[in-house]
Design a protein around this ligand. Structure first.
Ligand code: ZN
Length: 195
């Protein structure tokens, strides 16, 4: 059964979560939580879910991006965002560092700010040090959309939402985002008037 997702305004989303010990990671309780989070992310559907989003203030997040079909994005749109499939992955106590200064700006949304989207500038390349579901150290280098997902989910573990980083004048209902912005995240009306 998917778990209900906490919406913005709940203090758990604004609290820095606590780290897990290796013993905790191996516990039946956390292993079950990981499975529930995976299921919840899939059914939402989403490409990432952080524990605070289901009310658990611990540094645990899951990610999986099938890209392709499910997104209803064309190959061109996927390429523009450098969006490739990311297999299911568990991140525990992650620490993120930007790799270089380059940033890219696209619309993103959040299951905890349901029904809205905004343009957010994110590092194009990042590296992450974390533990996996077995308590083993993993080092990740990511670029493009994968890097964006990592930044978004790891922000959740530190009490940060994308609305703290968004270009606030672009904040839109999903419906208006589709209506007034094209598939390359350019304003429709403006570009149509200019051309
Ligand atoms: Zn989110």
């Amino acid at each position: 059964m998917p778990i209900p997702i906490v919406q913005t305004g709940h203090p758990v989303l604004r609290t820095e979560a606590r780290e897990l010990t290796r013993d905790e990671i191996k516990s039946a309780e956390i292993q079950l939580l990981i499975e529930l989070m995976r299921e919840t992310m899939k059914s939402a559907p989403g490409v990432g879910l952080a524990a605070p989003q289901i009310g658990e203030s611990i540094k645990l997040a899951v990610i999986e991006d099938e890209a392709g079909e499910k997104t209803k994005m064309s190959t061109e749109e996927l390429n523009l965002r450098e969006r490739c499939p990311v297999p299911f992955q568990v991140l525990i106590n992650p620490i993120l560092q930007p790799a270089g200064e380059e940033k890219v700006e696209f619309f993103e949304g959040c299951l905890s700010v349901s029904g809205f989207a905004a343009k957010v500038s994110r590092y194009r390349n990042v590296s992450v040090a974390a533990l996996n579901e077995h308590g083993e150290e993993v080092a990740i280098k990511a670029t493009g959309w994968y890097a964006r997902i990592l930044q978004h989910e790891i922000d959740h573990l530190n009490g940060i939402l994308y609305i703290d980083r968004m270009q606030s004048t672009t904040f839109s209902s999903v419906e208006n985002k589709m209506r007034f912005w094209d598939s390359q995240d350019r304003p429709r009306q403006f570009s149509e008037q200019v051309e």
